[in-house]
Design a protein around this ligand. Structure first.
Ligand SMILES: *Cc1c(COP(=O)(O)O)cnc(C)c1O
Length: 390
């Protein structure tokens, strides 16, 4: 009798596959979902104010195995557990992995909400395609996520700024050192209770724009949420931190691309003297298509109070605009922080300060964007972007 840990993956997951009645290899059959409630609940946080991002995980996880011959197997929700994989699995060698980052929120009435979750499904689909991992019916994955969130709803900390961070992931599990299309894969979803990014009000960040490193390039994979995009960013991030900068501003031939793992926005008076919110365009594939980014562009367009443009701009142009006092605000945008105000950029040996409202810790627009998005996420502002689960 093999112990579970030593069983090869194809037998480990064959039990999941057996009862699937999926119609094709890229369809997950939600109706066959097996829910196995945990018999060993995890120790739950006692003080939500002490939560550290991504360190604690909720009781359950979703798993669906895929095989090139039989397609997606039976989806399963069971207790959070370790995976058993052969050391030869391609995910360990060639980083065949993609992921998503999204949140479940509990509103003041106890309703559980997701924010534009189908956008995460669309992006996961594209990321999977980019590295030849199997595609899937997006509604099914979203339904599995909803079921898991409802099962673990007591793990969603209450209050504005608190949430259950969800991490849908797909990995290539096949035993093979050959660089090639995976024949087996595993999709899983885990969840981590998190607190507000800025528990005591905004803390503006200082950036280092270091042109020795490039995060993404034209023709590369920067526009997809692949694990392989992130490992090489840690070393430059550490170097920046040693010099006293909290984040890296990623440049590509002097063009501004992203800040850390966030999309970059600048609110400035453009060369024609008009107020403009600018962010780099998605067209060349170097920019991760952030859902927060898209939401901010749509909101700002609805407000209609200033120009909103998706256009490339360079660090030299930004430095010049800062010197001329034309830059009013700059911020990063992403699910984890919503917005992260920027108070200075270090570039070619010089510091370029960006105005910050000392009382708020952020500019007026940055604060308004954060407040509006949070209002929608917590159901205070009615919007079809917020999807109620219960
Ligand atoms: C995830 C991510 C973002 C933000 O995307 P959201 O959908 O807004 O969370 C931005 N840039 C990079 C590099 C990312 O990985």
């Amino acid at each position: 009798m093999f112990s579970k840990v030593n069983r090869p993956l194809n037998t480990l997951y064959s039990g999941l596959r057996r009862y699937s009645t999926a119609t094709d290899k890229f369809t997950i059959n939600v109706n066959s979902l097996v829910v196995e409630k945990t018999k060993t609940p995890l120790p739950k946080y006692t003080d939500k104010n002490k939560l550290v991002f991504g360190k604690e995980f909720s009781d359950h996880m979703v798993e669906v195995a895929w095989d090139a011959n039989s397609g997606w197997g039976v989806p399963k929700i069971s207790g959070y557990h370790n995976l058993s994989l052969p050391p030869s699995a391609s995910v360990f060698h060639y980083a065949l992995e993609c992921f998503e980052g999204m949140k479940a929120y509990k509103d003041a009435n106890g309703k559980i909400r997701l924010f534009r979750p189908m956008e995460n499904m669309n992006r996961l689909y594209k990321s999977a395609e980019r590295i030849c991992l199997p595609t899937f019916n997006k509604e099914a994955v979203l339904e599995l996520i909803k079921q898991m969130v409802l099962l673990d709803k007591d793990w969603i900390p209450e209050g504005r700024g608190y949430s259950l961070y969800l991490r849908p992931t797909m990995i290539a599990t096949q035993k093979s050192l050959g660089v090639g299309t995976p024949q087996t894969a595993l999709m899983f979803v885990i969840a981590s209770p998190v607190g507000p990014y800025y528990p005591e009000g905004f803390k503006p960040v200082k950036l280092l724009a270091d042109d020795r490193y490039v995060r993404a390039w034209v023709g590369g994979s920067g526009g997809f949420k692949l694990g392989s995009n992130y490992a090489p960013t840690i070393f430059p991030q550490l170097e920046a931190a040693k010099k006293g900068f909290q984040q890296v501003l990623w440049l590509l031939n002097d063009q501004i691309t992203e800040v850390g793992t966030m999309n970059m926005f600048v609110f400035w008076k453009n060369n024609d003297g008009q107020m403009e919110l600018i962010t780099p365009p998605l067209s060349d594939g170097t920019i991760l298509p952030g859902i927060t980014r898209d939401s901010i562009i749509k909101l700002a367009n609805q407000w209609g109070e200033f120009k909103v443009v998706e256009k490339n701009f360079t660090m030299s142009e930004l430095a010049k605009a800062i010197k001329e006092g034309r830059v009013k605000e700059a911020f990063g945008a992403g699910t984890a922080a919503i917005v992260s105000p920027i108070c200075s950029i270090h570039y070619k040996g010089q510091d370029y300060p960006i105005p910050i409202d000392a009382a708020k810790g952020a500019g007026a627009l940055t604060a308004r964007v954060a407040d509006t998005l949070m209002g929608i996420q917590y159901g205070e502002i009615p919007s079809e972007w917020s999807v109620v689960l219960n």
